[in-house]
Design a protein around this ligand. Structure first.
Ligand code: SF4
Length: 187
């Protein structure tokens, strides 16, 4: 389909590897605009590293990438009281909502009808929860949430293949300070 006829979708990108197969799936039907909003990532050096990799993917695969300012204090406020919840618990739910709200708000601001997120591609994350948060946030901002479960149709496997081809950095912890500590305890 001609790009002029395709609707736009704002794709919240949590990391470069996850963006690859998600972009590949969307690009036939949509003009994809990436949105790297991840104030959950700690420390800032790691955030910068993941951002650079996302920029590399956008350059190679050919999409625009929006990079809002890094605001870890806002994220900390959001998850206050749930810092020590286990991964996949309440802290993660608040984290998903925070990033999805930012994406919906940006889509509304830019007049982009759709938004979605690469978060659903990860086998470590609850896609049903992400999709239901996306639905709620969409109502709040009056934009449409694309209910894409990127895990389906071997999406994660495809992301591994492309990440390998592009020699992308793949992190060994989800992103926040607490997930980093949990990982350190495992090793
Ligand atoms: S573990 Fe990942 S999803 Fe959960 S709060 Fe930390 S960064 Fe967010």
């Amino acid at each position: 389909m001609n790009n002029n006829k395709k609707p736009k979708v704002l794709l919240h990108i949590c990391c470069a590897p996850d963006s690859t197969a998600s972009f590949e799936r969307l690009k036939a039907k949509y003009v994809v605009i990436g949105f790297f909003h991840n104030p959950n990532i700690h420390p800032e050096k790691e955030y910068q590293k993941r951002l650079k990799e996302a920029q590399k993917v956008a350059g190679i695969m050919g999409f625009e990438l929006l990079t809002p300012p890094y605001c870890p204090e806002e994220w900390q406020r959001e998850v206050k009281g749930c810092e020590h919840e286990p991964e996949r618990g309440r802290r993660c739910e608040l984290c998903f909502r925070f990033n999805l709200r930012a994406a919906a708000c940006k889509a509304q601001e830019l007049g982009i009808s759709y938004f979605t997120s690469t978060l659903s591609i990860s086998p470590h994350k609850d896609s049903d929860l992400i999709l239901s948060i996306g639905d709620g946030v969409a109502k709040e901002f009056e934009v449409q949430f694309l209910r894409e479960n990127f895990k389906k149709k071997e999406g994660f496997k495809r992301s591994l293949e492309i990440a390998k081809e592009l020699d992308l950095y793949r992190q060994n912890y989800c992103g926040c300070l607490y997930s980093q500590k949990d990982k350190d305890l495992e090793t």
